[in-house]
Design a protein around this ligand. Sequence first.
Ligand SMILES: O=C(O)CCC(=O)C(=O)O
Length: 296
Amino acid sequence: MAVGNNAAARWRAIEDLHELVSSTVRAPAEVSPEIVQSFQVDGVVLVREAFPDWVEPLRAGLQRNLETPEAFAFPCDSVGDDEEGRFFDSYCNWQLIPEYLDFVLTSQAAAIAAQLMKSTTAQLFHDHAFVKERGTAKATPWHHDLPYYCVDGTQTVSIYVALDRTPIETGVRFLKGSHHNGDVYRPRDFASGAEYDNEDRSLVPVPDVDPDAANIFVSVLNPGDAVCFDFRTLHGTTSAKIENRRRAFSTRWLGDNVRYLERQGETSPPLNDLGLQSGDVMRSDLFPVLWPSSLD
Ligand SMILES: O=C(O)CCC(=O)C(=O)O
């Protein structure tokens, strides 16, 4: 299998999002003050059994994403022919996969995102699906997500929903508190580990992280559990071999203080034609504000 990004479908498939957003209702959710506090302090928190009813629909959507990657947006394989297993990911498919669309428009994800970010609004940035097949021993390189993205701000969250039981050994590990250390790390390619081309000299190399250190968060995950983390929180995995398929579906959310940022290099997703300048609010016709549930 060739590694890297493959040919893909256009992600902007829905002409009038406003109509869709205003005619649907997101489920409410009550996140405890302790969970919000852990998220704010550690930059990562586990919400157990957050989405049990969404496991089957999301698996079904992801299966099509995996079987016909070219029919969807930005598919990528990070394991080459000379390595065992498959590490697949694909993002910006919520307009193309009905189960993903249903999740973003009706699940409690938007409500959870707003509370964790302590934001009055939750704006959907994109979705991101991950699959590591049995036999895969490819580590997810340590990185944080913010410098991959054309946004900046401190109110962000990814809601990563486990779709399989995931043991500690192969779970994503997070360096607690790293969202507050002020550094922004050079993005790296998942397949090769090489740094992206970037003119921004303020970006620094990702430090070595001890995956077993005391300040690492990692947990056994059951299907429907959600790990929620700030775009600035460092995370990665070891190269422990995947014994059973590990799938996850993530949605990325922006809060009140997030703005467009023109990066000085490649971004992922490569959203290069938004017609925005640094400091602009992200376009709600492309990145819908889903919380509060109705703004009308
Ligand atoms: O599932 C993984 O191994 C990687 C997840 C990740 O890097 C992310 O959600 O940003």
